[in-house]
Design a protein around this ligand. Structure first.
Ligand code: ADP
Ligand code: ADP
Ligand code: MG
Length: 708
């Protein structure tokens, strides 16, 4: 094939099949190239800023069933219709949504629209992690030790895990965005983890295929940005470190990876380009690796055949506009024609760039908004005064990117980013800005040695509270108050944001409420009215922060009512989702103990202990995402209750002292939340003989006490 010159036959009008900051980013690149753009929006997104950056914007999702705006952006037929009606000659999918969907890419091509991304065959290969691992291995690239085939059942997974050694990682073959992945610390957790993981994968990707990898302990996540043209030429734009993660999702990214051994970096870069060449990759993509700094090993984990959220940091250190390059390559330009005839043409990265992902935590209307700026600061965002981010989408609001000054040191890039975060003023909507500042102040991160486990090992970083009280923020906050902005509930919240919820359940006398422990979306309703349940049985499965949490029955009894919820409905922490008429012998409900005469007895105290115990058990249940439990598991250790369960005869444990820990109370003196101490005591039986047991996260001790 002849290799055309730059600009020759450049595409003219693009349909942007995405929303939020990335749709804006793509619209700006198109405009810089003299192209026009057509944006799309679901009805809840009609005020999305991206709709104002495109030449034209059209509503989608008006034909299908109302209620799930995400589906509008996943409807390939509708996007293609919009592209053709809008007179587009190409489609840029952004990230997420249809960006890695081979069928969509093929559909575009069949309709005469250029898909700005790799060809369908490449998307198919890398969309299946099991296939991608096999392909990388065959190309001579090290992969994480793990299964070579999908595992069809928990039993099969147990067999593979026995070979690999615990802890292992259960992963969805079609997974992405940190979803459908779970570390399994011991065989006893496999059955539950397998079920949860498969369900997450089925819901999120429509494919429940799972496989296993060995857990690489405390790795760094290092990835390589690739550009390839349609004529077999491949270059890399160096590496990024994306080790700061929460629930396997990137939070802070850096280019290039600081302090990486030079020879190891060369091996990683070479393997990434080798993989792209072997796969006849075209357009932009990223090859991801886990790196063990202690052993100097690197392992391929996946290839993302699309633009990534963190492409910005690479742009800042190379000066290359990756989205423009994507358009040119899709137009048929060769790498040589756009100035990258070989790797040398890219030059070396200049200094460092750091990106912090600012996300909304919960709902709200932005009532004050000022982005940071100045030399070396870039902000890619979709926020503005008056904006209420719809709850159904990824909560990414802004990416703040700071580049190093002339000293070119990593720390100077970190400090620039930190100062930019200190200047970022957002009110009316809670964000992770305090946590981002704490991460950028953390000594391990600043030393360039953040590991993917950082936020599990140091969970206090995530609960960091507000700003340092200096700089411009206090003034901005004060004046936002003067101008009538500031935090607090908004009187005119649009009704779209608070769709009419099903009527809340009241806990009447004699009933026990099943309370949802966290904000999330319903993925499964396991109980219906009239069911007889046992304490600990699953009532509801809730997905939050891309993990599933089981809401369990606090006592045995009959289900008297279940809140009228559907799959995908939002539930919030503290919401009573079901009522149980407790079985005889189950602990009396708290409401009973509120009458005057019982108040004189121990009943209220016992009730409170029962409440604390229920919360403690939920936190320590299999699949719990309580940070302490996750940390314990990630160290390959059992929780104290798991140790006790292993030690004692089944069902014999009678716990005392559950009240040890930190409880918070609401205005009426009821327990609002409880963090149990990692220390448990009680008695039970070992081989039928009574035993006194006491366990904490480090030890478990049992003493036979027959007759005591
Ligand atoms: P990256 O490395 O670019 O974060 P991942 O493979 O981790 O890539 O995840 C894919 C990206 O797509 C995520 O960053 C996520 O924010 C984004 N994404 C996934 N689902 C959605 C969605 N519904 N709306 C917007 N963005 C999404
Ligand atoms: P996704 O497609 O969701 O991006 P990846 O396979 O890229 O999934 O993994 C995302 C993150 O999950 C990694 O960066 C790492 O932090 C963690 N992870 C994945 N596999 C392993 C593993 N085998 N050992 C340790 N951590 C892992
Ligand atoms: Mg990944």
């Amino acid at each position: 094939m002849s290799q055309p010159a730059a600009g020759e036959g450049l595409l003219k009008r693009v349909l942007i099949g995405n929303r939020g900051e990335i749709a804006i980013r793509i619209a700006k690149a198109a405009s810089a190239l003299g192209m026009e753009s057509v944006g799309v929006y679901a009805s809840v997104d009609s005020l999305g800023l991206h709709t104002r950056f495109t030449t034209e914007a059209v509503e989608i999702g008006t034909h299908g069933p109302a209620g799930d705006p995400v589906r509008a952006y996943l409807d390939s037929g509708e996007l293609i219709r919009a592209a053709k009606l809008g007179g587009c000659d190409c489609v840029h999918p952004g990230y997420g949504f249809l960006s890695e969907n081979a069928t969509f890419a093929a559909f575009c091509e069949a309709e005469g629209l250029v898909f700005v991304g790799p060809p369908p065959a490449v998307l198919t290969l890398f969309g299946d992690k099991v296939r991608a691992r096999a392909f990388a291995r065959a190309a001579g690239i090290p992969v994480v030790p793990g299964s070579t085939e999908p595992v069809a059942s928990a039993e099969e997974a147990l067999a593979v895990a026995r070979e690999l050694g615990y802890p292992v990682m259960l992963k969805a073959s079609a997974g992405g965005g940190g979803r459908g992945m779970r570390a399994v610390a011991a065989a006893g957790e496999m059955a539950e983890s397998f079920e949860r993981c498969r369900s997450e994968a089925q819901t999120a990707f429509g494919d429940g295929t799972l496989f296993l990898e060995r857990v690489i302990p405390r790795p760094r996540h290092i990835e390589v940005q690739i550009l390839a043209d349609a004529y077999g030429n491949v270059i890399h734009l160096f590496d990024r470190d994306c080790s700061v993660q929460q629930r396997n999702q990137k939070v802070v990214e850096v280019a290039p990876a600081p302090g990486l051994d030079a020879a190891l970096r060369e091996r990683i870069l070479a393997d990434a380009t080798k993989l792209a060449r072997a796969a006849t990759f075209v357009n932009a993509g990223t090859v991801e690796f886990l790196v063990s700094p202690e052993t100097g090993e690197h392992f391929f984990i996946e290839c993302n055949p699309r633009l990534q959220v963190e492409h910005t940091v690479t742009e800042q250190v190379t000066g290359i506009d990756i989205v423009e390059a994507q358009f040119r390559i899709a137009s048929g330009a060769s790498l040589a024609s756009i100035g990258f005839g070989d790797q040398h043409a890219v030059g070396n990265p200049r200094g460092f760039a750091v990106q912090a992902r600012v996300v909304a935590r919960g709902a709200g209307i932005i009532r004050a908004y000022k982005e940071p700026g100045g030399p070396g600061v870039r902000v890619d965002a979709c926020g503005y005064l008056g904006y209420a981010p719809p709850q159904q989408f990824d909560p990414l609001l802004a990416k703040v990117i700071g580049s190093s000054n002339s000293s070119a040191s990593f720390v100077s890039a970190v400090d620039r980013t930190l100062r930019a975060l200190d200047e970022f003023h957002i009110e009316g909507l809670e964000t992770n800005l305090p946590a981002l500042r704490a991460i950028l102040s953390d000594p391990r991160f600043r030393a360039g040695d953040a590991r993917t486990t950082l936020l599990v090992e140091q969970p206090e970083i995530l609960s960091a509270s507000s700003s340092n009280g200096t700089g411009p923020l206090p003034l901005l906050e004060q004046q936002a108050g003067v101008a009538g902005g500031g935090a607090g509930p908004h009187p005119n919240r649009p009704s779209k944001l608070s769709p009419s919820l099903p009527p809340a359940l009241e806990v009447s006398a004699g009933m026990r409420g099943v309370t949802c422990p966290l904000d999330g979306l319903v993925v499964q309703i396991a109980a219906t009215e009239g069911d007889v349940v046992r304490e600990g049985d699953t009532i509801l499965v809730v997905s939050a922060m891309k993990m599933e949490t089981v809401v369990i029955a606090p006592c045995s009894g009959a289900i008297a009512a279940v809140q009228r919820l559907g799959i995908g409905d939002a539930v919030s922490a503290g919401q009573v989702v079901a009522l149980i008429a407790p079985a005889k012998g189950a602990v009396e409900p708290r409401t009973r103990a509120r009458t005057a005469d019982v108040e004189q007895t121990w009943a209220p105290v016992l009730d409170e202990i029962k409440t604390l115990q229920t919360i403690a058990h939920a936190r320590l249940a299999p699949g719990s995402d309580d940070p302490g439990v996750v940390r314990q598991r990630s160290r390959g250790k059992l929780t104290c209750r798991e140790r006790i369960a292993l030690l004692l005869d089944d069902g014999s444990f009678r716990e005392i002292g559950s009240a040890a820990g930190f409880a918070s109370y609401d205005d009426e003196g009821r327990v609002a939340d409880f963090t149990p101490a990692n220390h448990v005591g009680g008695w039970g039986a070992i081989d039928g003989r009574t035993a006194v047991v006491c366990a904490d996260d480090f030890t478990s001790r049992g003493g036979h006490a027959d007759g005591a």
